[in-house]
Design a protein around this ligand. Structure first.
Ligand SMILES: [Fe+2]
Length: 296
C-alpha cells in the first residue's frame, strides 16, 4: 500500500533475498520473512528499482569512486531536499547527527563526491564508502557493513519524488545515514550489526531487521534537552521529522527483547519508536542480545 507518507526505500537497508523457488521445501515461515517481503506480497506492480541485486565483485571504494557528470538539475534537487530538511532539524536532530553534518561538510550547494565523504569518514571512524548500483541483496549489504564499508548510491531522485521514492538514492544514503557514521559508538554498532547479520538464521533474520529498523532507520535518543531523532529514515523524510516527535507516536524505552517483537509498517508513518539513553546503551544492548544467540 504505497502512500504519500511512505518511507523512502534505500540502499542501506537489509533486504532479504526472495525465497528460493527451485526447492520443494523452500516455503519460508511467516515469522522468518522480512517486513519488506511481507509488504511486497500485497503489491501487484513491483517497481524494478526495488528489486535487490547482487554485486559483481568489489564495488568502487573511497578514492576509486568517480564523481558523476551531474547536470544542474540534479544539484538543484539535492539542494532543495537538503535545505528543507535542514530547516526542520535544529532542536529535533540529536547532537551527534548535527555534528556529523559538519564533519562531512554536507551542504545544499552541490551533491558531495562520495570519495570526499569517504575520506572524512575514514578520518572520523575508519569507515569507507562503497559506491553501489542500487538496492543490494542482503548478503552483499551485510558483507560491506561487516567490513566497515558503507554502501551508497550516487544518483538522486526526481522532482516528483521529493517526498517519497521507492528506490534508493544518494540523498537518503548521504544525508540520512552518513552523519551518524561519524559517531564512534554508532559506527562500531553498525559494523557489529553487519557481522551478526551474516550469521543470523531463521527467525533471527527478521529480528535483526527490526533492530535495524528501530535504530539505524528510526532510532530516537534521549538528550538533556529532550528526545531527539537520529534514524536515517526520519532525518531524510520531510514528514517523519515532525511526526516522529509528536504525540501520535508511542515512545518506548530501548529494550532489545521488546524491540525485536514489535511490528512496524515499512510503507506508512510509524506509530511506535524506541528511545535510547545513549549510543553506548545501543552497543551494549546489541552485544548482549547477539551474544546470547552466538551471533557475535
Ligand atoms: Fe536507510
Amino acid at each position: 500500500m504505497p502512500a504519500p507518507e511512505a518511507k523512502d526505500q534505500d540502499a542501506a537497508s537489509p533486504v532479504e533475498e526472495p525465497p528460493a523457488t527451485d526447492e520443494s521445501d523452500s516455503t519460508t515461515a511467516d515469522d522468518e520473512r522480512s517486513a519488506f517481503e511481507k509488504a511486497a506480497e500485497s503489491e501487484e506492480d513491483v517497481d524494478p528499482r526495488t528489486i535487490p541485486q547482487s554485486l559483481d565483485g568489489t564495488p568502487p571504494l573511497g578514492d576509486e569512486i568517480e564523481y558523476p557528470d551531474y547536470d544542474e538539475e540534479r544539484h538543484e534537487i539535492w539542494g532543495t531536499l537538503v535545505e528543507r530538511q535542514m530547516e526542520q532539524l535544529p532542536g529535533r536532530a540529536c547532537n551527534a547527527y548535527e555534528q556529523g553534518l559538519d564533519v562531512l561538510d554536507i551542504t545544499p550547494e552541490r551533491i558531495p563526491p562520495l570519495a570526499d565523504l569517504s575520506a572524512r569518514l575514514e578520518d572520523a571512524t575508519d569507515w569507507t564508502v562503497a559506491r553501489i548500483p542500487g538496492l543490494l541483496h542482503e548478503k552483499d549489504f551485510f558483507n560491506l557493513l561487516a567490513n566497515r564499508r558503507f554502501p551508497s548510491t550516487d544518483y538522486v531522485r526526481d522532482w516528483d519524488e521529493l517526498d517519497y521514492t521507492p528506490a534508493p538514492d544518494c540523498f537518503h544514503d548521504i544525508f540520512g545515514h552518513m552523519p551518524m557514521l561519524t559517531q564512534p559508538e554508532f559506527a562500531d554498532f553498525y559494523q557489529l550489526f553487519g557481522q551478526a547479520a551474516l550469521k543470523a538464521e531463521g527467525a533471527e533474520r527478521p529480528a535483526l531487521e527490526a533492530f535495524h529498523w528501530f535504530t539505524v532507520e528510526f532510532g530516537l535518543l534521549e538528550e538533556p534537552e529532550g528526545t531527539r531523532i537520529f534514524g536515517a529514515g526520519i532525518v531524510s523524510s520531510n514528514e517523519e521529522v515532525t511526526h516522529a516527535l509528536s504525540d501520535q507516536v508511542t515512545k518506548t524505552p530501548f529494550d532489545p527483547d521488546v524491540l525485536v517483537d514489535t511490528d512496524y509498517e515499512v510503507y506508512n508513518l510509524q506509530d511506535e519508536l524506541f528511545v535510547m539513553d545513549s549510543f553506548e546503551q545501543l552497543v551494549d544492548g546489541f552485544r548482549d542480545w547477539t551474544s546470547e544467540r552466538n551471533l557475535l
